[in-house]
Design a protein. Structure first.
Length: 231
């Protein structure tokens, strides 16, 4: 497949649940980022390459309001985000300090970033919603990031929700949360996903007709043959 636009178009039509099933069959079990819930219900499914951000625990000499003006800061990281990426922030699951608020999210949106994913929380949530940036996170907290976290870098491997994310890996997010697809596996996942979705849609239609699940889900040889014929 190769073409990034084709990958986005293909995986935009595939649920994260299906993608986790495909990756499980390929031996990858730990790909769903814990705590990544849509800030707004019904956000569209988003597909993009990961742009990674990393926070460590707050240290009083580093996590200060003055740090926001330094060369390594969340502000500088936002200016490095390419259009169409998904910003993935490792907040170590901290839920009592919001990593970004409305002004930063407004700028992220202006940069053409497709979505923001974090195992942390947001602040100024009403304002964040108003920016229109699709966000997946653990909820909201009023204090700023420096109350609980020190921002240290972007563009390096991180852990988000217990999942290893490397720059350039792919991320798919929908109502079930955020799923990682390793960069080296994106072509095979994109190739397998539409067929898996078709098969499951056929199984669902059989269930709606009253079929029992044994031998249907997963399909035995007879049902596989029926499915192939239905195509």
């Amino acid at each position: 497949m190769g073409n990034e636009r084709d990958i986005v178009a293909t995986l935009s039509r595939v649920t994260t649940a299906t993608i986790t099933t495909i990756l499980l069959k390929k031996g990858l079990r730990n790909v769903w980022m814990r705590g990544t819930r849509p800030l707004n219900p019904g956000q569209p499914r988003v597909v993009g390459k990961a742009f990674t951000l990393r926070f460590v625990p707050a240290r009083e000499d580093l996590a200060t309001p003055e740090s926001w003006s330094k060369p390594i800061s969340t502000r500088a990281a936002i200016e490095a985000m390419p259009e169409g990426c998904i910003a993935v922030a490792d907040a170590m699951g901290v839920t009592d300090a919001g990593i970004f608020g409305d002004i930063l999210c407004a700028r992220i949106r202006k940069r053409g970033v497709a979505a923001l994913v974090t195992d942390g929380v947001m602040r100024d949530v009403a304002g964040v919603r108003a920016t229109g940036l699709p966000v997946w996170c653990q909820g909201a907290a009023a204090p700023p990031s420096v109350a609980g976290l020190t921002f240290v870098n972007w563009g390096e491997p991180i852990g988000c929700g217990g999942v290893a994310v490397f720059p350039g890996d792919w991320v798919v997010v929908d109502d079930d949360g955020a799923v990682l697809v390793p960069a080296a596996m994106i072509d095979e996942v994109a190739a397998a996903a539409p067929e898996q979705e078709r098969l499951e849609a056929w199984i669902m239609s059989e269930v709606e007709k009253g079929a029992a699940l044994p031998g249907l889900y997963p399909p035995n040889a007879e049902n596989k043959a029926r499915y192939e014929k239905s195509k």
